[in-house]
Design a protein around this ligand. Structure first.
Ligand code: GAR
Length: 194
């Protein structure tokens, strides 16, 4: 059976991308075919290079160029895209080609605390500021708007009175690492059976 080949897109430290790459490293039907980042300082680059996974460092002009991304992914025979802390808007021509095949993770329970400018610690700060008693993660498909595509799964955690941005970030990251690879795997398995 031909393996699914994923491209991982990252703007930050890449802990989710590394967790996903580890999860699928010996997988029978899913492999990582490409690591893409618009952050030349991402510490994940060296780790992916050591894993012999092709790495592409692009600037923000290339990140906004749908044809650049289409050509890049087609050169590496990629069939699905995984955004893991990737902060640039995905060009619509790229979404059109990879229709329903781009995953994203958001560190809150969408539709709340999402949209342009809501990423990373800013999300946790807004959740605490709003006095929420729970937060969590949303794994969803990507469309032309930040954080608005079809939800695949949500997982919850409590927000306690003494939580800080950092303690909430750790709780949410634990959910991300536990669930993101599994939801990707389940979604690809379902696709194989339609
Ligand atoms: C993750 O918490 C992810 O949910 C978030 O960025 C972090 C990246 O962490 N994404 C967004 O906020 C997207 N709106 P990582 O670089 O350690 O994987």
């Amino acid at each position: 059976m031909k393996k699914h080949r994923l491209a991982l897109f990252v703007s930050g430290t890449g802990s989710n991308a590394l967790n996903i790459a580890t999860y699928f490293s010996q997988h029978h039907s899913i492999e990582i075919g490409l690591f893409v980042t618009n952050n030349a300082a991402s510490p994940a680059i060296q780790v992916f290079q050591r894993m012999d996974i092709p790495c592409e460092i692009m600037d923000n002009t290339q990140a906004a160029d749908g044809n650049f991304l289409i050509d890049l992914c087609s050169a590496h025979t990629i069939d699905h895209i995984v955004l893991a802390g990737y902060l640039r808007l995905i060009p619509s021509s790229f979404i059109h080609v990879f229709n329903s095949r781009i995953f994203n993770i958001h560190p809150a329970l969408l539709p709340n605390f999402g949209g342009k400018g809501m990423y990373g610690s800013r999300v946790h700060a807004a959740v605490l500021e709003a006095g929420e008693v729970e937060s969590g993660i949303t794994i969803h498909l990507v469309n032309e708007h930040f954080d608005e595509g079809r939800t695949l799964a949500q997982f919850h955690c409590s927000v306690d009175q003494n939580d800080t941005i950092e303690t909430l970030r750790v709780k949410v990251q634990q959910l991300e690492h536990a669930h993101y690879p599994v939801v990707i795997e389940q979604t690809l398995n379902l696709e194989n059976h339609v």
